[in-house]
Design a protein around this ligand. Structure first.
Ligand SMILES: [Zn+2]
Length: 241
C-alpha cells in the first residue's frame, strides 16, 4: 500500500460542523430553560395539560439538538485516541436528552401539590420522553478520524488498482458514490466534482462513501481485471495492518 493518508476535515466542513454544534447547544439550552419553567410553574393539577405540552416541546428541542449534533460529528469526527473526549463528543446527545428530563421527573414525583393522578399521568409521560430523548441521542456507530482514514486508504488502494495507478474519482453533491468515470450513467446531468479519494471524503463530510459498483464493473471489464480478487486483496491489506 502507498503511504498512509490521514483524514482531516476540510475548513468548510469544520465551519459547518461548528455552526451545527452551536444550533444544537442552543436547542438544548432552550430545552433546559423549558424544563426549569415546567418545574417551577407547571407541576399542579390545574396545569396538567400545559405540563404535557411543555414535555412535548422539550422533547422536540432535545431531539433537534441531538440530530444536529450527530450531523456535526459526521462532518468533523473526533479521534478514537482521546477516549474520554471521543465518548463525550459522540454521546452528548444522549446525555443531554436524559438531563432535559431527569430533574423534571424527580420534581414531578416529589411534588406535594399535585394529586396522585397528575403525578401518574405527567410522571409517566416525562419518563417516556426521557427514554426517547436518551435513545435518540445515543450514537450507535460513531464516526472517527481513524475510521475515515481506514476507509480512505482502502478505497484509494481499490481505485488505484482499477484505474492504472491513478488516484482520481468523481462525485456529486447528493450521492455517496465515488466514480471512476465522469460519464457513469448514475451521475449524468449532475454537478460533478473530481479529485483524489481523500479529497472526496474531506469535501463531502459524510461517512458512507463507497466506490460505485457500476464503475468498478466497467473498469474491471475494460482492463480485464478480476474484480473479486482485487476486492479480496484490498480488504486483506487492511486486516494485515
Ligand atoms: Zn459510477
Amino acid at each position: 500500500m502507498s503511504q498512509k493518508k490521514i483524514f482531516e476535515a476540510s475548513p468548510e466542513s469544520k465551519a459547518k460542523a461548528k455552526q451545527l454544534r452551536l444550533f444544537a447547544i442552543l436547542s438544548w439550552l432552550i430545552a433546559m430553560a423549558g424544563q426549569v419553567f415546567a418545574i417551577l410553574k407547571l407541576i399542579h393539577d390545574e396545569t396538567l395539560v400545559w405540563l404535557i405540552v411543555a414535555i412535548v416541546v422539550i422533547l422536540a428541542l432535545a431531539i433537534t439538538g441531538s440530530l444536529l449534533w450527530k450531523k456535526a460529528n459526521k462532518l468533523d469526527p473526533a479521534s478514537e485516541q482521546q477516549k474520554v473526549k471521543f465518548f463525550i463528543q459522540n454521546q452528548l446527545g444522549a446525555i443531554m436528552g436524559v438531563l432535559a428530563f431527569l430533574p423534571l421527573v424527580i420534581f414531578i414525583f416529589m411534588n406535594k401539590d399535585a394529586s396522585k393522578k397528575t403525578k401518574g399521568v405527567a410522571g409517566s409521560i416525562a419518563v417516556v420522553a426521557l427514554l426517547v430523548a436518551g435513545i435518540v441521542g445515543i450514537e450507535f456507530d460513531p464516526a472517527s478520524i481513524e475510521k475515515y482514514t481506514e476507509q480512505i486508504n482502502q478505497q484509494t488502494d481499490l481505485v488505484e488498482q482499477l484505474n492504472n495507478g491513478n488516484n482520481h474519482v468523481y462525485w456529486t453533491p447528493s450521492g455517496n458514490k465515488l466514480h471512476l468515470y465522469d460519464d457513469c450513467h448514475t451521475i449524468k446531468n449532475s454537478n460533478v466534482s473530481d479529485g483524489t479519494v481523500k479529497q472526496a471524503w474531506e469535501a463531502r463530510g459524510i461517512d458512507n462513501n463507497e466506490v460505485c459498483q457500476f464503475c468498478m464493473n466497467r473498469s474491471a471489464k475494460e482492463k480485464e481485471l478480476n474484480l473479486d480478487e482485487i476486492l479480496n486483496n484490498v480488504s486483506s491489506d487492511i486486516i494485515e495492518e
